[in-house]
Ligand binder design. Sequence first.
Ligand code: SAM
Length: 275
Amino acid sequence: MSDPIEALPPLREVIARHDLAARKALGQNFLLDLNLTRKIARAAMPWAAGAVIEIGPGPGGLTRALLLEGAPRVFAVERDERCLAALQDLAAAADGRLQLHSGDALETDFATLAPPPWQVVANLPYNIATPLILSWVAQADHFARITVLVQKEVAERLAAKPGGKTYGRLAVAAQWRCEVRMLFDIGPKAFVPPPKVTSTLVELQPRAKPLAEAEPAKLERVTAAAFNQRRKMLRAALKPLWPDADAKLHMAGIDPTRRAETLSIEEFCALARLL
Ligand code: SAM
């Protein structure tokens, strides 16, 4: 074994030594199979010029994989101090390529870690996956790529196309700024402890520019109003925004009897421009 990372003790031993009993409140479902974490790391490649940021390294299974697959610099943000202690040996073996950051990912300004562009690769804590992804896509031009493991249901909502039940605010917010692809599923048995649901690795590749012109806050107001009453016709659902919603819909070239889930992102943007 030439790489000191490969000479580290197995993850099960690290977990036992540091008493890393999984905490549900922290969304801790660990991946211990290095073949699988290396597959995730490879799916995130090529490595971007800037920093790779991992949220929630836990005992370090994916972190090891990122380093073994050649990520030039990894910044790992973890809020569980037990995990940070367990990661010290990996940091030592990584020869300066791994920096550990203690903190809450929801409150961490990545600019304090490294200058953009940032490439995120993570097995996200499921309870905060959606707010994290929404905050990242809102500043998509700072990101090289985002490759994250989330609940399959969240991946489906991110990647949803118009016409289905899963298409909603999350799909519009994500796809307005990024191309979204579901890469592959991982079943519950791969995790310790196993979660109740299947997970999906999803890729968000920021677009060079948003899909259509709109102010983010206005687009958010339009999609919120439209999807809050998704079973209603748009002329009724959009009344809270415009008493004359019918006229506005006509101005945007949209039949007022349509429902939110049939609108393309470009059509939502056209409505946002009328606000
Ligand atoms: N990356 C590891 C793996 O794949 O085995 C662990 C993934 S586990 C699903 C999620 C990790 O995120 C846990 O290590 C947990 O402690 C950490 N975490 C939870 N909430 C966090 C937060 N707000 N900020 C940073 N890390 C958090």
